[in-house]
Design a protein around this ligand. Sequence first.
Ligand SMILES: Cc1cc2nc3c(=O)[nH]c(=O)nc-3n(C[C@H](O)[C@H](O)[C@H](O)COP(=O)(O)O)c2cc1C
Length: 200
Amino acid sequence: MELTEAIKTRKSIRKFEPEDIDLNLIKKIIEISINSPSGGNAQNWFVYIIKNKDVLNKIRGEVETVYKNVTGKDAPGVYVFFNEAPVVLAIVEKPYVGSIDKILENDDKNKDRNFDRKFIVNPGLQGVSSFIAHILLVAHNEGLGACWMTGPLIAKPEIENMLGIKSPDNLVALIPVGKPVERQSKSSRTGVEEVIKIID
Ligand SMILES: Cc1cc2nc3c(=O)[nH]c(=O)nc-3n(C[C@H](O)[C@H](O)[C@H](O)COP(=O)(O)O)c2cc1C
């Protein structure tokens, strides 16, 4: 698929055919996506490829329990549909510490800059986000559907515990992947003029 077409036709897929997906295809998607940029070329990501239905159902159960405890309501479908996909990728952010971070960390005069860099600019998370965006596009190019999900991470500590993810690593997203059942049309987008300001 041509790049522009891939970008314009990709959409979040939340319904999947039950058929299995070849592990080699998942590895190929990740291998291509590793070409994504990252701060300092840190490549500070790691992927758990979850195919085991018991594990996926258990994760869903945790999300439902935590959501209910927090809100008093049942979790909406957009938080919990992931276990219906044949494969779910759990995306982990590994720590990224740039040379400037080491300087800011010990600099009392620049506490606010340190905070902004760490928690607002957050280059480590930006790198992993770019990796995730690549995975979605590459999966689409391979004829698969996927959805970037942070909703289930209301149960972040519980899921991390289940998968054995330990600090300083952080689970940042789940991506269900599978053969898409096309149901939704493409969601709308703003025009380009709404998101630009030209400084010439
Ligand atoms: C950071 C992030 C978190 C998201 N979390 C969820 C989620 O938990 N559940 C879900 O169904 N979709 C989730 N989405 C998908 C968005 O709803 C979707 O990308 C958006 O509505 C645009 O639709 P499109 O992807 O089909 O173009 C998430 C997307 C991003 C980038």
